[in-house]
Design a protein around this ligand. Structure first.
Ligand SMILES: Cc1cc2nc3c(=O)[nH]c(=O)nc-3n(C[C@H](O)[C@H](O)[C@H](O)COP(=O)(O)O)c2cc1C
Length: 265
């Protein structure tokens, strides 16, 4: 005869044992899956960065390409790290593990910005930046630089591609922002992005002069060379894009690096 007191499956202790066991099994499964997927997530993140750089440089369209083709196209670039303040290359930092956006929040790797210095509303500026160069037989052909700055609702993150003359925009692409679709979100409109190719960056005295304007200056005027159409109904986003472009092309951003490169050319 079975002693019903010997085993009571509904006892508190049994319920607790089953609940804890189920929790343990589930957490091991979730943690195991997260660890197993980590390499794939990192590979996807890297692929995404590469696609965005290629798009900014006009070396890849909006369509998706298989990973191998993206890697092959990206092979044209040499990736380097620069010290933003001196504009010199830094060979000591490991490029593969360098996380520029993370470094911008690290007090040891960034500096606080305020007032007029913080034209792009970044609050902190990293000391080192990644740069992507395409070099050909006759020297630098294209340079792609990471840029970011505040729009209306949040920070816009993107890349700008510059021609080998270091004074002409080759392309611009934002890969993350919070602007309103149809208004500030038109930064993603291919027609608007196409307006950037050929726009001049610096005045003859070396000041960044890119302007987003509601009304273009006369084509033959000096000002016209630096102008891009503002986004309609999105004055604040347009102002943000103008500010971030002027910031990153200026002395606080890539200015020193661009000056060093033009001395080398
Ligand atoms: C729901 C909503 C979303 C908006 N989103 C944006 C935006 O993404 N970027 C922007 O500059 N202005 C946006 N605006 C408009 C601004 O509040 C402001 O009116 C506009 O920048 C003025 O631009 P305009 O002088 O070209 O008309 C938004 C307005 C509303 C009501």
């Amino acid at each position: 005869m079975v002693d019903s007191k010997a085993f009571n499956k509904d006892s508190i202790s049994n319920i607790l044992i089953v609940a804890v066991s189920v929790c343990l099994v589930c957490s091991v499964l979730v943690a195991g899956t997260a660890v197993a997927l980590k390499p794939a997530q990192l590979a996807n993140k890297q692929l995404d960065i590469r696609k965005n750089i290629l798009r900014a440089a006009g070396l890849m369209g909006e369509d998706s390409l298989p990973g191998e083709q993206v890697d092959e196209l990206f092979g044209q670039f040499s990736v380097k790290i620069i010290d933003l303040k001196s504009g010199e290359y830094n060979d000591e930092i490991d490029i593969d593990s360098f996380d520029q956006l993370k470094s911008s929040k690290d007090p040891g790797l960034s500096n606080a910005l305020s007032g007029d210095d913080d034209l792009a509303t970044l609050r902190r500026l990293e000391r080192y930046s990644l740069v992507y160069l395409v070099e050909g037989e006759h020297g630098l052909e294209k340079l792609v630089l990471p840029i970011r700055g505040y729009g209306l609702w949040g920070t816009l993150y993107g890349y700008v591609a510059i021609e080998g003359d270091l004074n002409t925009i080759a392309g611009l692409a934002f890969y993350q922002h919070k602007e309103t679709p149809g208004l500030g979100g038109e930064v993603d409109n291919p027609d608007w992005k196409a307006l950037w190719a050929g726009v001049k960056i610096f005045t003859p005295d070396g000041s960044p002069a890119i302007s987003l304007v509601k009304t273009r200056s006369a084509a033959e005027s000096t000002a016209a060379a630096y102008e891009v159409d503002a986004l309609s109904g999105a004055t604040l986003t347009s102002r943000g894009v103008q500010n971030l472009m002027r910031f990153w092309m200026g002395d606080m951003g890539f200015g020193p690096f661009l000056k060093n490169l033009s001395k080398e050319a």
